[in-house]
Design a protein around this ligand. Structure first.
Ligand SMILES: Nc1nc2c(ncn2[C@@H]2O[C@H](COP(=O)(O)OP(=O)(O)OP(=O)(O)O)[C@@H](O)[C@H]2O)c(=O)[nH]1
Ligand SMILES: [Mg+2]
Length: 251
């Protein structure tokens, strides 16, 4: 398998068909095959049925559905990444299933890996990166990024998008991040772990959104969620506890 694309879905029925067609187009343009792992743990809107309907019906895109009990975004991505590694993926991509992450940006993320990076982060805050979302969310994300930079000086500006491409080495390290850190905590912990392991991470500008479905991650209290997740990861980072799983692996 060349590239595995992990897509967590919760009620993305109106998006997944178009998403797969556009991924197919990208795969054809790149002349490579993609295994697309939809990790769905609770959709009730026909998402799973649509995904299953595409299985075996696309060229260069092998669609797979992974189901399980409802455990949230981070656990779904974590599960999908583990499966992708077990399947022998050369590169592992994670992206949202609501079309806010555009398949057309995938070649640039993969090009960064081909250029030697271990982690390519889709970023709205560098170069010509852009996003279509409410102004308050843009500023909240910018403030969060500034807080992260001040508290843990990560090598990256946009640590809240889940549109990422990993080398197998980086993906294995990312699996040391505990999904219980919460969505934003987990996304940040992955970046910190990869950085700490000395693997290169680069930010690649992406054009973000608009999503065709409303947010399931945070319906209210995004600021509170940022604060709770950030506090937890900053504490673990400064006390070194975040890196214990890596230390255990190194032994
Ligand atoms: N399997 C699974 N997927 C989820 C869950 N919560 C969210 N997702 C998926 O994770 C992706 C991101 O969730 P969104 O609801 O789009 O998050 P958001 O608040 O819009 O966040 P941004 O897209 O970063 O702005 C989407 O594909 C969702 O369907 C969950 O509990 N389980
Ligand atoms: Mg979204």
């Amino acid at each position: 398998m060349e590239v595995a694309v992990v897509i967590p879905t919760l009620n993305e029925g109106v998006a997944v068909y178009e998403l797969c067609l556009r991924l197919q187009q990208v795969a054809q343009t790149l002349g490579m095959s993609l295994t697309v792992l939809f990790v769905d743990d609770g959709s009730t809107d026909g998402t799973r049925e649509t995904v299953m309907g595409m299985k075996g019906n696309l060229s260069r895109v092998d669609v797979q559905l992974v189901e399980g009990p409802r455990r949230g975004y981070a656990a779904a991505v974590h599960t999908g990444m583990g499966l992708a590694l077990d399947m022998g993926a050369a590169w592992v991509v994670t992206m949202d299933g609501d079309l806010s992450h555009r398949p057309e940006d995938l070649p640039r993320l993969l090009a960064a890996l081909a250029g030697g990076a271990h982690l390519a982060l889709g970023s709205r805050l560098v170069g010509n990166g852009q996003w279509h979302t409410a102004l308050w969310r843009k500023w909240l994300t910018r403030l969060y990024s500034l807080a992260v930079a001040a508290l843990v000086t990560p090598p990256t500006r946009d640590v809240t998008t889940g549109y990422r491409a990993f080398s197998p080495q980086a993906a294995r390290i990312a699996l040391a991040a505990d999904p219980l850190l919460g969505t934003f905590g987990w996304l940040l912990a992955v970046v910190l772990l990869v950085h700490r392991a000395g693997l290169s991470a680069v930010e690649v500008p992406v054009l973000y959104g608009p999503a065709v479905t409303s947010s399931k991650l945070v319906r209210w209290g995004r600021l509170l969620r940022y604060l709770v997740d950030l506090t937890r990861v900053v504490w673990l980072h400064h006390s070194g506890v975040l890196y214990l799983p890596l230390a255990r692996k190194e032994r």
